[in-house]
Design a protein around this ligand. Structure first.
Ligand SMILES: [Zn+2]
Length: 140
């Protein structure tokens, strides 16, 4: 789905602001190259595949699989309140791009590479919305 976002003269900060804007609306949106259809993530002005500067923003399904993960049993960032252990995942999205994120509401002993996940959007006290994932459990 083309999200009809103006794409002229955008800086990296503009791209991140657009990405964050859509997260706050409960959408994963990524740039897609108009020439070769490769998704760009993180956002960029030039396609890493064909060097085109033409792109559109597209909404992704939010579905994917666990490509890889790591369980942290120590909090390396004690200023951020989080439950220990926590899980950092690399998610292979259905449309192809891979994103790093965290799993929520998950038994770390049940994790496996290849399990289906779906995106959730966590509103933070600072008004930022973070992309997280939850096991899909048959609802995909
Ligand atoms: Zn391209």
């Amino acid at each position: 789905m083309d999200l009809n976002v103006p794409t002229t003269s955008a800086s990296f900060s503009d791209h991140l602001a657009t990405y964050s804007h859509f997260l706050a609306k409960g959408l994963i949106a990524m740039q897609q190259c108009k020439q070769c259809k490769t998704f760009r993530f993180p956002p960029a002005n030039i396609c890493a595949s064909c060097s085109s500067d033409q792109y559109d923003w597209h909404a992704l399904s939010g579905r994917g699989i666990i490509w890889s993960y790591c369980v942290f049993h120590k909090d390396y960032f004690p200023n951020e309140s989080r439950k220990i252990p926590y899980v950092v995942v690399l998610i292979q999205l259905e449309e192809g791009p891979r994103v790093f994120s965290n799993m929520t509401d998950v038994d770390v002993n049940s994790l496996q590479i290849g399990l289906p996940v779906r995106a959730i959007f966590e509103d933070q006290p600072n008004a930022e919305t973070l992309l997280r994932f939850r096991l899909a459990g048959g609802d995909t």
